[in-house]
Design a binder for this molecule. Structure first.
Ligand SMILES: Cc1ncc(COP(=O)(O)O)c(C=O)c1O
Length: 431
């Protein structure tokens, strides 16, 4: 029995099937943009542990910071005895987050927990309860964030009833416009639609916040057209509604700006971050306008592990790595190269209906027919499988599971990038 077979047997015996696995392999080692499995086989990583490893596996500064902190203390609980790294990271986040106003930041453990807290804070600050979320959105798997998430299978199916007072409207998904219109002649009908639900679902005076991803992550890297975020924010401002920007997947340089919302000229009232924030350690942040963040009473927010010292030190090292290794510029260069290659592939392969993205957050949407746009879900799964069998780890996305998204570490070398794209192209020819 190979080591992989041995581990697979253990996995089946002792772990439930609910936590899914993209590949049937087991990691032994990972450096930069390459993962080595227990059989010694190498894989180019185009998934980055779902957008977590923007600075690369075992980024030297991150490893050093964790080692140093581990030798000092690993936990006191921020609520019991505070430490400098939490404060320094909050200070850095407040400076980095868009918006020329005073901000405050608190830390939790996961993206879902950050979104939960953002909603709690928005409700407390506005004394309202309604939350408007979008179709094709993904915000997590806890009861509230599962409710806020759009895709039914596998995220919501069987897990109801859901949390109340979440209202949903279409996102600006131009390739599949919910209104059958085309940009720019649509005049952003989908954003305007929010005003209608104030009559049909919930009065604006009861809406605490609009929760939006700046670019859909799990929903398939959908980039809203120019002006959409601004229009949504404007409607929020007119109605005293807070704008929560979920940067969990887009954040930390993926789109060649630190936060994707910077591409759209909007200053969110609250912003959530996680994933690549701490180079693989579980850490998430909620950053927002001081007066909003200060609304909840003492003890109303927190958690045992939130802002763990190892994770805060790792995050400070991530920030240093971004600066020293100019990773925002690198994200731009990677994005240009991937988009060029994907666009060339689209000319050769009928199955690629759409290529889209911003910075290094690029995806291709696979369809059975370019005219009907019928999602090619099975073909996308087959493509993911072909790729990993050839040594490239990728992940799909999209409400219909027909989108191939690219989230490689930004430290990937040119050679690894080309090799990965070659494997993808070769695999496309075989499905
Ligand atoms: C935009 C967005 N929000 C929230 C989450 C949930 O994050 P976590 O899995 O850390 O709970 C994700 C995870 O993919 C995400 O992409």
């Amino acid at each position: 029995m190979s080591k992989t077979e041995e581990l697979q047997k253990l996995r089946e015996e002792h772990v439930p099937k609910g936590p899914f696995n993209v590949t049937p392999y087991f990691a032994a080692d990972a450096k930069g943009a390459v993962i080595t499995d227990v059989e010694g086989r190498e894989y180019i990583d185009f998934a980055g542990g779902i957008g977590v490893m923007n600075v690369g596996h075992c980024a030297p500064r991150v490893v050093e910071a964790i080692k140093d902190q581990a030798g000092r203390f690993t936990h006191t609980c921020f609520h019991v005895m505070m430490y400098e790294s939490y404060l320094e990271l909050a200070r850095r986040m407040n400076g980095l987050a868009p918006g020329g106003f005073a901000k405050k930041t608190m830390f939790v453990n996961s993206g879902a927990e950050a979104v939960e807290n953002a909603v709690k804070i928005a409700r407390y600050a506005t004394k309202r309860f309604g939350i408007i979320a979008f179709e094709d959105a993904f915000h997590g798997r806890t009861l509230l964030t599962m409710t806020l998430t759009s895709k039914v299978k596998p995220y919501k199916y069987g897990f109801g009833p859901y949390a109340p007072d979440v209202y949903r409207i279409p996102y600006a998904y131009c390739y599949r416009c919910a209104f059958g219109l085309a940009y720019p002649s649509c005049e952003l009908r989908c954003a305007e639609y929010m005003k209608e639900i104030f009559h049909t679902h919930i009065t604006a005076e009861n809406v605490a916040a609009v929760l939006a991803e700046p670019v859909l992550g799990e929903g398939g890297f959908v980039v809203p057209p120019g002006g959409w975020h601004r229009k949504v924010k404007q409607i929020c401002e007119e109605n005293g509604i807070l704008y929560i920007d979920d940067e969990v997947q887009t954040g930390f340089g993926r789109t060649a700006k630190m936060f994707a919302i910077e591409h759209f000229g909007v200053e969110p009232d609250i912003m959530t971050t996680a994933k690549s924030l701490a180079g693989g350690l579980p850490l998430a942040g909620v950053t927002g306008r001081s007066e909003v963040m200060e609304a909840p009473h003492v003890g109303g927010l927190g958690g045992t592990y939130g802002g763990n010292p190892l994770a805060c030190r790792a995050a400070l090292a991530v920030l240093e790595t971004f600066e020293k290794e100019k990773l925002l510029e690198r994200a731009g260069a990677i994005g240009t190269r991937v988009t060029d290659r994907f666009t060339a592939m689209q000319k050769e392969h009928e199955i690629i209906g759409d290529v889209r993205g911003v910075g290094a957050m690029v995806a291709m949407e696979l369809v059975k027919d370019r005219a009907t746009k019928e999602p090619a879900k099975d073909e996308t799964s087959a493509l993911v499988k072909k790729c990993y069998e050839k040594g490239l780890v990728t992940i799909s996305a999209g409400t219909h599971g027909n989108i191939m998204r690219i989230l490689m570490p930004l430290v990937i070398t040119d050679e690894q990038l080309e090799r990965g794209l070659d494997i993808l192209e070769e695999s496309l020819g075989e499905i």
